[in-house]
Design a protein around this ligand. Structure first.
Ligand SMILES: *[C@@H]1O[C@H](CO)[C@@H](O)[C@H](O)[C@H]1NC(C)=O
Ligand SMILES: *[C@@H]1O[C@H](CO)[C@@H](O)[C@H](O)[C@H]1NC(C)=O
Length: 191
């Protein structure tokens, strides 16, 4: 399994070295984009996330190995703690406390490449929210994606348990190229 996924990820990476400005929105299925956790092992599944409807950017290249770093403060509602771990990485924040746009703005200002906003309804494993802009002038340009509450909780919990500052992920993953990908969905996600 890992080998198949790994090969696909490499193939995708090679493809995009030559087409760096490709708009990878083509990787959406049912409006969802996919990412794969490489480590820690206990959450090494393929996760789905819903791109914001009317703000934020799109992935123009695929990151084969990038860190997914929980934000501090967790809700991303004020300036993120200046931390070298954030630069150029994907940042995980929690829904609530301020608008989705404000969270994305804070992550972008801190140097994050993309933001995953996990639902604060931590037992919700089925409802993807349509993230829309807040009517302000703020226009964050990094990709912003909504993550199910249950998935966000499991990721944060695994990192806390192992005292890890980040997970290593591949994003976005071309699931069309992975024949058996549903088998690698998290066991707690209804498919
Ligand atoms: C998820 O949230 C939606 C909307 O609030 C609700 O209808 C649904 O029952 C929730 N699911 C779970 C598993 O909590
Ligand atoms: C994703 O994979 C499919 C099947 O291999 C391929 O046809 C498609 O071009 C790929 N998409 C991108 C954006 O690489």
């Amino acid at each position: 399994m890992t080998t198949v996924a790994g090969t696909a990820a490499v193939a995708l990476y090679l493809c995009c070295v030559f087409t760096q400005l490709t708009d990878l929105t083509g990787l959406r299925i049912n409006e969802l984009l996919y990412f794969r956790v490489i480590s820690p092992e206990e959450i090494s599944y393929i996760f789905s996330a819903a791109p914001a409807k009317d703000f934020g950017g799109v992935f123009t290249s695929s990151y084969e190995e990038i860190f997914l770093v929980p934000a501090d403060p967790a809700d991303g509602c004020s300036d993120l703690k200046d931390d070298n771990n954030i630069q150029g990485q994907v940042i995980l924040v929690l829904r609530g406390g301020c608008s989705f746009v404000q969270k994305a703005q804070h992550v972008e200002e801190a140097g994050g490449k993309a933001v995953l906003i996990a639902d604060n309804a931590e037992d919700n494993d089925s409802l993807y929210l349509d993230m829309v802009s807040d009517g302000s002038d703020a226009q964050p340009t990094i990709p912003a994606l909504f993550l199910l509450g249950r998935d966000g909780l499991m990721i944060r919990r695994a990192l806390q348990r192992q005292a890890l500052p980040w997970a290593v992920i591949t994003i976005p993953v071309n699931v069309s190229a992975l024949g058996s990908f549903p088998l690698k969905q998290p066991p707690w996600t209804l498919w």
